[in-house]
Design a protein. Sequence first.
Length: 201
Amino acid sequence: MKVLIGTGNPAKLAEIREILGEIPGIEWVSAAELNLPEPKEEGKTLEENAIIKAVAYAKHSGLPALAEDTGLEVEALAGAPGVLSSRFSGKEKDYAANNEKLLALLSGKENRRARFRTVACLALPDGRFWTSEGVLEGTIAEEPRGKGGFGYDPLFIPEGESRTLAEMAPAEKNAISHRKRALEGLRPLFLALAKNPELLA
């Protein structure tokens, strides 16, 4: 059975494929492979955006579709950038500008606690869907460090670590990440689909 991974972000697609790995009976396909347009993220929460994307991808592809939305929630900024994380600086996915703005807003602040939160959604073409959430607690570094990952990874130091996510090998990051925790919550559904597609019919 084919299952669509609904994202237009190549780095995120690679990370999701790595986390999910091979599930016998499931063939992962990407939105790019099917030439599907990326749905507009018009929700006010991560949950709403994940559902909007997964339901739209499932409807347009006729396949079960997985989508997710991730936000960085900084305690000293009352949870910002949150749902606006990818366009915090005003430009979509301008990682350097987003990081610069975050550091400027935290300048002089002692409280640098933050968390990454991911909501993943699996949707079926008939409109039904399931969601799962994953959280990674940590702090914001004083300056970007590391060349791996993407987004805010050069600034985010997971709890119990001295390195940023960008200083970790991909396998290390994926073993503890918010995205892995959210996706693992949906794994039983993927296994059920693979074993007997009619279970979700």
